[in-house]
Design a protein around this ligand. Structure first.
Ligand code: GRF
Length: 197
């Protein structure tokens, strides 16, 4: 059984999809810990309801990148996490976490990287940019995390059609649906040795 640590800041739908897949035995893995950068995140409530060990950092910890880095590192280390999954995590991963877990940290981004990635391109901003550019196709990307935003090796992508009447919101909903499938499938391939990190 692989031990997963999931980092969240928002609603936690990817976290939920991964946890469901573990509970159903589809993934040979357990969600050991959920770490939230936001004490009010819906993801945190969902994790607690599911009896997952869930930890939240507060404004004071978040404001100091070094403290946040050390705190995340300690929690992941204590839980003996094999794979770190960023699922809507809004903080930058620091050098300590990277030095211990680099190569085992995945992120999901709601566009077909390298398009529409980088600083400022998160959440609805991504989908607005895609719609405004008149793209015919968008999607989701799973990539390894390094010290550059959205620049690590791409492991998997899944696309969706952008329809002429799509709004940023409707596109976001479409992409989120494929994200859940893509994240679970990619973690499965890693666990089963079909993607080597
Ligand atoms: C997803 O769109 C993901 O691609 C992005 O943040 C969002 C998180 O959604 N990084 P959720 O919290 O998993 O519902």
């Amino acid at each position: 059984m692989k031990k997963l640590g999931i980092l969240v800041s928002g609603q936690g739908s990817n976290m939920t999809a991964i946890h469901n897949a573990c509970e159903q035995g589809y993934l040979q893995a357990e969600v050991e810990v959920v770490i939230s950068s936001n004490p009010d995140a819906k993801a945190l409530t969902k994790a607690k309801e599911r009896k997952i060990d869930a930890i939240s950092f507060n404004e004071t910890t978040n404001k100091n990148p070094e403290v946040l880095d050390t705190s995340i590192c300690e929690v992941l280390y204590e839980h003996k996490v094999d794979l770190v999954l960023l699922a809507g995590f809004m903080k930058k991963i620091g050098p300590k976490v990277l030095s211990i877990f680099e190569g085992s940290i995945l992120n999901i981004h709601p566009s077909l990287l390298p398009k529409y990635g980088g600083q400022g391109l998160y959440g609805i901003n991504v989908h607005r940019a895609v719609v405004e550019a008149g793209e015919k196709k968008s999607g989701a990307t799973i990539h390894l995390v390094n010290s550059d935003y959205d620049k690590g090796t791409i492991l998997a992508q899944k696309s969706v059609i952008v329809d002429a009447d799509d709004t940023p919101q409707s596109l976001a909903a479409k992409v989120l649906e494929v994200e859940h499938v893509l994240y679970v499938e990619t973690v499965k391939k890693i666990i089963e040795g079909n993607i080597i990190l």
